[in-house]
Design a protein around this ligand. Structure first.
Ligand code: KG4
Ligand code: ZN
Length: 353
């Protein structure tokens, strides 16, 4: 069965073709991605209306590209999957509208997919796919959650952020250091040249005794530190000497990574599971991966990540999540092409009975 997946929840248009039924794990046949980063950079963040318009421009050419790579025709597609939420409403509507129009034209069923389920299942696209059950650390631009995952549609949220997400902490800290958007990759690159112990920054909720996170206070602490340094050097924060900015970046990254690491280890202990899956954009962070690898090796825990290029948003994870939901017995509605999107959508609302 060939599943076309369309992702358009934020600032990346992703299209992919996944084949299921041939092997135990569905196979990625082709995928294509267009990142809007250059367009939003001028504004320091995602402009929702511009994002929607660009998805409209990109989605069909990307679909053609994917079909061509896979050597398939549109008529070969059996199911059209799209990101139904969470995300930006207008951006989601583009993918949903195109998916349902394609479904109607081809007389094929469509399936709305949860974006975070896509991230969560994206490591199944890697050469070393995980096995259920596992603990999942889901760290994206909008979400930070620890989950127990017993199978497709069997998700128990163990803890989550009570304010900002880890990706937001990276992005907002980077922005006030003048590192542009999206800040995570830029901040982590700069951090490689700095000392992680240079500035003492808070580790919010580290000893809270539960698995919840909070990153809003850390962002404020970074801002206060940046202001102090700016005053001392008589320059705006973004004009600080590179070495000082690198130290601040490394200290910020260290605080975020330590909290994510300790809470993940606590979740593994609490559940007694010995497998960890890390997914979402922040899962691309090298320091996080290095520290998780070391700590988990010591504990005899296997860690699984998506391929680096599939950590951030993409269509492959949407087609994959659809394929795995279908394998798990989710039924497709025939000729049902009315669509809605869910800008807010809790992941455990997906649980199969
Ligand atoms: O999963 P994702 O692509 O989009 C959402 O669903 O939100 O995650 C994007 C987030 C952004 O906050 C970005 O700064 C962060 O992932 N990110 C990183 C890195 N690469 C992406 N954060 C830290 N280090 C990275 N290397
Ligand atoms: Zn995402």
């Amino acid at each position: 069965m060939l599943i076309l997946g369309i992702e358009s929840s934020c600032d990346e248009t992703g299209v992919a073709l996944v084949e299921s039924g041939m092997a135990a794990v569905p196979l990625l046949r082709a995928h294509a991605l267009f990142s809007q980063i250059d367009m939003h950079q001028a504004y320091g963040g995602v402009v929702p209306e511009l994002a929607s318009r660009d998805h409209i421009r990109r989605v069909l050419p990307l679909t053609d590209q994917v079909l061509q790579h896979a050597g398939c025709r549109l008529a070969d597609v059996d199911v059209v999957a799209y990101t139904r939420g969470p995300g930006l409403a207008g951006a989601l509507l583009v993918g949903a509208g195109v998916a349902c129009a394609l479904g109607a034209a081809l007389e094929r069923p469509v399936l709305g997919v949860h974006h975070l389920e896509g991230h969560l299942l994206s490591p199944f696209l890697s050469a070393d796919p995980p096995e259920f059950p596992f603990v999942a650390l889901l760290v994206s631009g909008g979400h930070t959650q620890l989950m127990r995952v017993d199978g497709v549609g069997r998700y128990e949220i163990l803890g989550e952020t009570i304010d900002d997400a880890a990706g937001e902490a990276f992005d907002k800290s980077a922005k006030l250091m003048g590192l542009g958007y999206p800040g995570g990759p830029a901040l982590s690159r700069l951090a490689e040249q700095g000392h992680a112990a240079a500035f003492k920054l808070p580790r919010p909720l580290l000893h809270s005794g539960n698995l919840d996170f909070s990153f809003a206070g850390l962002k404020t602490a970074v801002m206060t530190q940046a202001k102090k340094l700016a005053t001392a050097h008589a320059v705006p924060a973004e004009g600080l000497p590179l070495k000082v900015l690198a130290d601040l970046a490394a200290s910020t990254q260290a605080a975020i990574v330590e909290v994510l690491l300790k809470k993940s280890l606590a979740a593994l202990k609490q559940t007694g599971l010995n497998r960890l899956v890390v997914a979402g954009g922040v899962g691309a962070n090298r320091e996080l991966r290095a520290q998780l690898d070391t700590a988990c090796a010591r504990m005899g825990v296997r860690v699984h990540y998506p391929e680096l290029h599939l950590c951030t948003d993409n269509g492959a994870m949407i087609a994959m999540a659809a394929a795995m939901r279908l394998q798990a017995g989710v039924q497709l509605a025939n000729r049902a092409y009315a669509f809605d999107v869910k800008p807010r959508w809790p992941l455990d609302a997906l649980n199969l009975a």
